[in-house]
Design a binder for this molecule. Structure first.
Ligand code: ATP
Ligand code: MG
Length: 156
């Protein structure tokens, strides 16, 4: 487990940009934590880091937003309003782990028990502008976490 502390929304954007360097097609990222915890802000940073220049909106009301880059698509989901936790109803298992797709799932704790492999980030409120972020992995070799530790070593 890796824990870092953000002191502003801008820093969380920057953390997302840094995180993007550790990502590749097929990665699934489960984002957990309170409303306003910074899940969408972090994902915006990731998209900026991957070179996406257009506007990124929260998927809160649409369930899914898709952003297409050259050889890669980012699928950004928000399951907050989802009643059923059945992945087959959701049909996300059709694209999850595809080699040219990276998937971010806000409120992903609703489905994570059904997944064998993901990076999990938990956002914890620690003051008006302070958020702690805890990174953990399931189904990845430990080297994935070591890569993240290196990326964030200034902030641990
Ligand atoms: N350190 C910080 N990191 C991230 N956001 C911060 C921070 N400090 C303040 N904020 C503010 O907190 C809010 C975070 O909202 P954001 O939409 O990213 O949260 P969320 O986890 O996606 O919430 P939701 O569950 O409602 O989708 C923004 O208004 C942002 O400006
Ligand atoms: Mg959000």
């Amino acid at each position: 487990m890796l824990k870092i502390k953000s002191i502003s929304a801008k820093q969380t954007i920057n953390f997302g940009k840094l995180f993007s360097k550790a990502l590749g097609g097929g990665d699934v990222i489960i984002l957990e934590g309170a409303l306003g915890g910074g899940k969408t802000t972090f994902t915006k940073g990731v998209l900026a880091g991957l070179g996406y220049k257009k506007r990124v909106l929260s998927p809160s009301f649409t369930l899914l937003r898709q952003y297409d880059l050259k050889n890669l698509s980012i699928h950004h989901l928000d399951l907050y309003r989802l009643e059923s936790t059945d992945m087959f109803d959701l049909a996300i298992d059709d694209f999850l782990y595809s080699k040219d797709i990276i998937t971010f799932v806000e409120w992903g704790n609703k489905i994570s028990s059904e997944l064998d492999k993901y990076i999990r980030i938990e956002f914890i409120f620690s003051g008006e502008n302070i958020r702690n972020m805890k990174f953990s992995i399931k189904g990845y070799p430990k080297s994935k976490l070591i890569t993240l530790e290196k990326i964030y070593k200034k902030y641990v």
